[in-house]
Each structure stands twice: as C-alpha cells, then as structure tokens.
Design a protein around this ligand. Structure first.
Ligand SMILES: Nc1nc2c(c(=O)[nH]1)N[C@H]1C(S)=C(S)[C@@H](COP(=O)(O)O)O[C@H]1N2
Ligand SMILES: [Mo]
Length: 415
C-alpha cells in the first residue's frame, strides 16, 4: 500500500471513530434533553402518545368509500387529487364472503392444457422477476349509480387506480408450458362462491399481472390479499381476487359471472355478453355535484379520464353545455389503462351553466352523449333510469349543472 492510500484509509478510519464519538455525544444530549420533554428519538411525549405505529387520516379529513344510500364501497373521486387511489379508499365489490387468508398457507395452481402443472407458494412467487405498473380497475356497472340518482362524482367511484406489483402471468405460463389447443384460461378465487371467469389466453400472455403489492404494501384483504389478478383495462369482474387456480382450457366456460349477471340485456331481448374492455370515460371531479362554487371568478376544472383500450389521448371540456369545447391539459405521465388527470383554467361569470367532459383514447374511440348512447341502443334517454336490467360499460358524458348560487347538481337528474 503506498503512502497516499494509507493516508486515505487512516482518514476514513478516523472519520468513523469521530462519527461514533459524535453519536455518543448526541445520545448524551438526548438523555439530558429527555428531562426537558423529549424521548430517546427526540419526540415530545404528547406526539409519541398519539403515534400508534400506523397512521390514519387526520380527523378533519372526511373521505370514505361509503356512499349511502347506495352500496358502500365507492371511491370518493370528488375529494381526490392526482391519480393514485390510497388503499384505504380503493373501491370494493365482492359477491361472496371476505376470506381471511394466511399467506403462508396460500397456493396458486396452474393446470389444464399445460406440459407441467405447477403449484406455487407466496414465497416462491415473490422470488420470480416482478413488474410494478399503474392501472385502473373499474366495475362493469360503474356510473350506473350516477344515472340512478347519485348526487356526487362518487357515483362514478366504482373505479380506482393503483400501482400494482406482482409477477406477469406470462412468466408463470412459460414455466408450465402452454399446450397447443389452449385458447382461454379459467381463473378461480378462494372465496366461498369460488368466483371464476374465463379470460382469452392472448390477454393472459400479454399484460396480466398476478399481483401481491398495491401502492407499496401488500394487497388489502378487501382487494384480494394475498394474491389477485390485475387484467389491465378488462372490466372489474375479470380481476379475480384471492386467486388460487388457473386452468388452461380450449373454450370459455360460461361461468355464473359471465352468463348470468354480467350480460347486458337490451329492450329487444338480445344481450351483449363477454364484454371485456372498459370503454373510454371521463368525469369532472371539481367542480362537481354536491360541491359549491364560492363565487364568480377563477376556478380550475379538474377531472379523471381513462380507457380500458389504452392511453388517453385527448380530453375536451365544455363550460356551456356543449356549445363550445376546449382541450384540457393532460397531467403526465399519461399511462395506458390508468386514470389520467386533466385540468383546464376557467373563469365563471356567475351564470347558471352545465359543465361536460369527453375523452378520446389511443384507438380514437370517444365518449357518447346520453342521447347518442340511447340512439345506439334504440331506447329513450330515460330508459337507463327506469330499467331494472343491469347497466354495464356505461360511459355517457356526465353533465354537472352549475346553478347561479354556485350549487352544483347531477345533470342526469334532469333527464
Ligand atoms: N374472488 C373474487 N374476485 C372478484 C370478485 C369476487 O366477488 N370474488 N368480484 C369481482 C368484481 S365484480 C369486481 S368489480 C372487482 C372489484 O375489485 P375490488 O373489490 O378490489 O375493487 O373484483 C372482482 N374480483
Ligand atoms: Mo364488478
């Protein structure tokens, strides 16, 4: 070792010794300070007592995923900023029980038309190469609650957007070896009703995630702990929670969730079924129903847009009930099959008006007005409000009516 190197080593060693010595001094200082109202980590006792080790929202923040009188479980889109839904507010929809699963006992099996059926533990899955991606999840019947009397943007809150972490299903499928002739997968959850769904093999091989992470922590039990499928852009019902079994098959299996409850029956008796991708949709979240404009002048219009068919390319806003439209700014990064925040500066003149938003996705598909959607279905516009048929994949433009006193109402109430 030459002199220069030795000198440098000594310097590092001395610095370390000094750091340790300094730490000692600091600890001593804290001990002295403790008598003056601090503990060993320098936290005042009144703060330490309030700290439980797990934080909760401030008592002044009243965001909740309940929307009485409708089913609880809707994300309060009107109160949110950015595009990520905190786990506590991720919408929740479940047909059976809420299983309590010990991850140590959980297994995922892949079998059927494969060369080598396999079973994984959670630990084994976590050893595999993972991905982390931002995607929205939206229930097939989202927005029906807005049509049927929801007063706020929470009527569209059966959608949430999270950063999901897990293994691509294609990674697992390459391990088992998919046999010629397989064209669908049948996926099953570990709840009491064994919720199951057929999914085209093409989608399973493309971007389907077997996820264990949600916004930096394990999935919440309500959202599928310890393991769920995230099928980007496909309607909620496909995204099997508590997933435990995937069978490679050669046709769709006509499970209860694809033939009984998730088809849309038209008035002529025909039904649309096996609808998978959620259509483009946008909702202005501020100003929106139930909120009040504090007065004429500057207000920023903000909202969310998303499409199950790719990235959002364009959002336009009308502040005069559709007479004129202006392009809103898209807040980046604009991610595929993810909520996208849009913003538009607006000066309110204090007169009654109606706000609208419409979006376009990367395939050039757009949002219809309720009148256009009704025409396509051959029904009068108020049919949507009266019908007892399930309303699936509803994406008509949401009108928000601004009254002269600044109060805001759901424009669907006036159909
Ligand atoms: N195992 C299982 N997975 C399920 C369901 C279910 O009832 N059981 N419901 C589906 C439906 S209809 C929706 S909309 C989404 C909702 O996901 P979330 O509750 O995590 O928001 O989960 C889907 N996955
Ligand atoms: Mo759903």
């Amino acid at each position: 070792m030459d002199e220069k190197k030795r000198g440098r080593r000594k310097f590092i060693k001395d610095s370390l010794v000094n750091t340790v010595a300094l730490a000692g001094v600091a600890a001593g200082a804290v001990t002295t300070a403790r008598g003056q109202g601090q503990d060993a980590v320098g936290m005042a006792p009144e703060r330490r007592n309030a700290f439980t080790g797990r934080s909760a929202p401030s008592k002044f923040v009243k965001m909740a995923r309940t929307m009485p009188p409708e089913t609880p479980g809707y994300t309060p889109l009107q109160d949110m900023v950015g595009v990520i839904t905190p786990n506590e507010l991720h919408f929740m929809n479940t047909h059976y029980n809420l299983p309590e699963i010990d991850p140590a006992a959980h297994r995922l099996m892949i079998h059927g038309l494969v060369d080598k059926p396999m079973i994984w533990t959670m630990d084994e899955l976590k050893r595999l190469p993972a991905v982390t991606r931002v995607h929205f999840l939206e229930c097939n019947d989202n927005s029906a609650a807005s049509l049927k009397g929801g007063k706020t943007a929470q009527g569209h809150g059966r959608t949430s957007c999270a950063e999901w972490t897990g293994v691509l299903l294609s990674t697992l499928l390459s391990e088992v070896g998919v046999q010629r002739g397989a064209s669908w997968i049948l996926a099953e959850g570990d709840d009491s009703g064994k919720h199951s769904k057929s999914i085209p093999l093409e989608k399973a091989m493309d971007d389907t995630i077997i996820a264990y992470g949600q916004n930096g922590e394990p999935l919440r039990p309500e959202n599928g702990f310890p393991l769920r499928m995230v099928i980007p852009g496909f309607s909620g019902v496909h995204n099997i929670k508590w997933v435990r079994r995937i069978k490679l098959v050669d046709e769709p299996y006509m499970t209860k969730a694809e033939v009984a409850s998730y088809s849309s029956v038209r008035p002529d008796g025909k039904a649309r079924w096996f609808m998978m991708e959620m259509p483009p949709k946008s909702v202005i979240t501020r100003p929106s129903g139930g909120q009040t404009l504090s007065g004429p002048g500057f207000h920023e219009i903000i909202g969310l847009a998303w499409s199950g068919r790719g990235a959002i390319r364009k959002v336009e806003v009308s502040a005069d009930n559709g007479a004129t439209w202006q392009p809103a700014a898209l807040q980046g990064p604009v991610q595929r099959m993810a909520h996208t925040r849009f913003r538009l500066p607006w000066t309110w003149d204090g007169k009654a008006t109606t706000l609208l938003s419409r979006c376009e996705d990367e395939r050039g598909q757009t949002q219809p007005t309720l009148a256009e959607l009704s025409k396509a279905w051959g029904v009068p516009a108020d049919w949507w409000k009266q019908t007892r048929n399930p309303i699936n994949l509803f994406n008509a433009i949401q009108p928000w009516r601004i009254n002269a006193d600044g109060s805001i109402e759901n424009g669907f109430a006036f159909i």
